[in-house]
Design a protein around this ligand. Structure first.
Ligand code: CDP
Length: 227
């Protein structure tokens, strides 16, 4: 199926889980653009690059080798050959990533890379904040996933607890709230629902239900493409 599927939405709405499942169902690659912003943040910390230096951060975004490797549980992320799948998902990176994602030069660099990945594959599921509005405005399927702030914070808190997080639910809620605000308010391609995206509130939906809705949307679009 040569479809381009754009999934956007705020933190904890379920984008990456749903995107991975849809990609697997359709046997097409899944590109996690949030992981790319997280990789730049993580690498800047490791290399002691100032998080205020937009130019150096954009250079870093250009030079990193980022690879997505699917496995049974989902997909692994390799940064310059190192498995950073867990390292980039800590609460520390979560609290810093939106600052870096707000820099226009960093975004420009990563968007060029993201579009190149799309050009190299026939069909893709891509998730992030600006996919339907900016990275893939031509995507045949666009979905904006959201859920109440409390539900999203609860989901993220439970995810982090499984990884040994020792902070509180309130801490997680606060970071998510700040990240949403930064993502929605920045001037460079802010988080926004594309006018032609389907709005899906996942507060009371299971992952299976969301995957089923998106999959049936894909089938409809695909048959329209053929006719
Ligand atoms: O998984 P979660 O929704 O928490 O976040 P993510 O998808 O890993 O994205 C982390 C951060 O990267 C977001 O809060 C945004 O600041 C930034 N991001 C972005 O600006 N544009 C994208 N296309 C993807 C992520």
């Amino acid at each position: 199926m040569t479809l381009h599927i754009a999934i956007d939405g705020p933190a904890g709405a379920g984008k990456s889980t749903v995107a991975q499942r849809v990609a697997k169902r359709l046997s097409i690659p899944y590109i996690d653009t949030g992981a790319m912003y997280r990789c730049v943040t993580w690498s800047a910390l490791v290399k002691n690059i100032s998080l205020q230096d937009e130019y150096l951060l954009a250079e870093l975004a250009q030079s990193l080798s980022i690879k997505f490797v699917p496995n049974d549980q989902g997909q692994l992320i390799y940064l310059d050959g190192q498995n950073v799948t867990s390292a980039i998902r800590t609460s520390e990176i979560g609290a810093l990533v939106s600052t870096i994602a707000a820099y226009p030069l960093v975004r420009k660099t990563l968007v060029v890379r993201q579009r190149k990945m799309v050009d190299e594959s026939s069909g893709v599921v891509m998730d992030g904040r600006d996919i339907g509005t900016y990275v893939l405005p031509f995507a045949e399927v666009k979905v904006y996933l959201t859920a109440s702030l409390e539900t999203r914070a609860r989901r993220r808190y439970e995810e982090l607890i499984l990884k040994g997080y020792t902070g509180t639910y309130e801490d997680v809620l606060h970071v998510i709230e700040q990240r949403d605000e930064s993502d929605e308010r920045r001037t460079a391609s802010p988080l926004r629902k594309a006018s032609d995206a389907l709005l899906l509130d996942t507060t009371t939906l299971t992952i299976d239900e969301v995957v089923a809705i998106i999959s049936s949307l894909c089938v409809t679009r695909q048959s329209r493409k053929r006719s």
